[in-house]
Design a protein around this ligand. Structure first.
Ligand SMILES: Nc1ncnc2c1ncn2[C@@H]1O[C@H](COP(=O)(O)OP(=O)(O)OP(=O)(O)O)[C@@H](O)[C@H]1O
Ligand SMILES: [Mg+2]
Length: 211
């Protein structure tokens, strides 16, 4: 049976996560892989309800409650969607995961990263991405691409988004085997080509190690 993989897509708003995840999914399907797409917050069922609360609830939310909701959603996504698919030999593509939490809440908002990682480990119960793409773009490009969302972006502040970007790059330095930074300002086609190339390197490495 084919080996399953867990691949996550990360980076700023508008960096191309959804575009590249969908293109990679099409490539994988064409090449005979079974693919499952998911996202955080979100996924399916209860996950969608948690996403709705996280994105739309307009009453008072304690920051700790918000953090636990993100983690609850992640636990649900791992248990209900990710692990069963990987165990069945499928390739799971996930739009945002742990590195978003560390980059935004940790590097961006300044929450204790060690604590975030500790709590995250409880939520994922040992499951780690096999490969993570970070599509790196500057804050100006991000703002241009999200267009109508610009106000929300600006209200969070350039400084915040620069910290998030720096956070992702720092994480990639710490885990160079897992996290691959791709220049997100190139054309969609070029970035897709690079994404496929990096995915195939992961397969080559696994085939080599299992010989
Ligand atoms: N390489 C690229 N060059 C120019 N425009 C791009 C590129 N990649 C994506 N876009 C455009 O930028 C916008 C955001 O792309 P996309 O939705 O894939 O980003 P995202 O990272 O999923 O954003 P979000 O965080 O808001 O979900 C879309 O309009 C998309 O067509
Ligand atoms: Mg998206």
């Amino acid at each position: 049976m084919k080996k399953g993989y867990f691949i996550t897509f990360e980076g700023a708003d508008g960096c191309g996560k959804s575009t590249q995840m969908n293109l990679l999914a099409q490539y994988l399907l064409k090449n005979g892989y079974e693919v499952v797409l998911t996202r955080e917050p979100g996924g399916k069922g209860l996950g969608e309800k948690i996403r709705e609360i996280l994105l739309n609830y307009d009453g008072e939310v304690s920051p700790r409650c918000e953090s636990f909701l993100f983690l609850a959603d992640r636990a649900q996504n791992i248990d209900i969607t990710v692990n069963p698919a990987i165990n069945a030999g499928k390739i799971v593509l996930c739009d945002r995961h742990i590195d978003s939490t560390v980059a935004y809440q940790g590097y961006g908002r300044g929450l204790d990263i060690e604590k975030i990682v500790y709590l995250n480990n409880l939520a994922v119960n040992g499951r780690k991405p096999d490969l993570t793409f970070v599509y790196d773009i500057d804050v100006e490009t991000s703002m241009k691409r999200v267009g109508t969302e610009k106000d929300r972006m600006e209200s969070a502040g350039k400084d915040f988004h620069n910290k998030v970007r720096h956070g992702y790059l720092e994480l990639a330095k710490q885990e160079p085997d897992r996290i691959k930074v791709v220049d997100g300002t190139n054309s969609v086609e070029e970035i897709h080509k690079k994404t496929v190339e990096i995915f195939n390197l992961l397969l080559d490495r696994d085939n080599f190690e299992n010989r």
